[in-house]
Design a protein around this ligand. Structure first.
Ligand code: HEC
Length: 149
């Protein structure tokens, strides 16, 4: 007679089902810290880039008149109009002291004019005015008009 081993006592244990313990608590506290503060301080400059030479401080309107220009108008003009020889002597002696560098005949022209005024020769005075203007006025205006006197 055969004894059949009907059962080995081996009983399959059921697999332990893993209990899902993962408690997914969303702990990611991602606070958006990107504060969009634009620090670009772009101040719009409407003026054109500065030219190499500064703009003239005096000259034609609306600029204020230039120093020598004003002086001539205030001193030489009324004296010549009135044939005020004393005034012309004083004015032309003063003009001689304004001589800028690079204007070699300036002083002698002015002094010739003053001498002409001393002998009351109006035409010779006018010739001195004209002589300096013809020779130097344009150059002066071009090069050093805003120079203080
Ligand atoms: C030694 C030089 C010199 C003499 C002399 C001189 N001037 Fe002038 N004058 C000038 C220059 C330079 C200017 C230009 C100034 C400016 O426009 O910035 C000028 C400008 C003037 C102006 C301003 C208007 C213009 O025409 O430009 C008058 C007016 C003037 N002169 C009158 C006289 C009279 C009048 C005399 C003679 C009595 C005289 N000047 C003698 C150098 C001279």
């Amino acid at each position: 007679m055969m004894v059949l081993a009907t059962g080995s006592c081996s009983k399959e244990e059921p697999e332990t089902t893993p209990t899902p313990t993962t408690t997914s608590t969303p702990t990611s506290t991602s606070t958006p810290t990107s504060t969009p503060t634009s620090t670009t301080t772009s101040t719009p400059t409407p003026t054109a880039p500065a030219p190499a030479k500064p703009p003239p401080a005096c000259g034609d309107k609306p600029l204020p008149p230039c120093p020598l220009y004003s002086w001539m108008k205030a001193n030489t003009s009324p004296a010549i109009s009135a044939a005020d020889f004393d005034g012309l002597v004083a004015a032309l002696d003063k003009v001689a002291t304004f001589a800028p560098p690079g204007f070699p005949n300036w002083v002698s022209i002015a002094k010739d004019g003053a001498d002409a005024a001393r002998v009351q020769n109006l035409d010779a005075v006018k010739a001195a005015c004209r002589g300096c203007h013809n020779q130097y006025r344009a150059k002066y205006k071009h090069e050093m008009r805003d120079r203080p006197i």
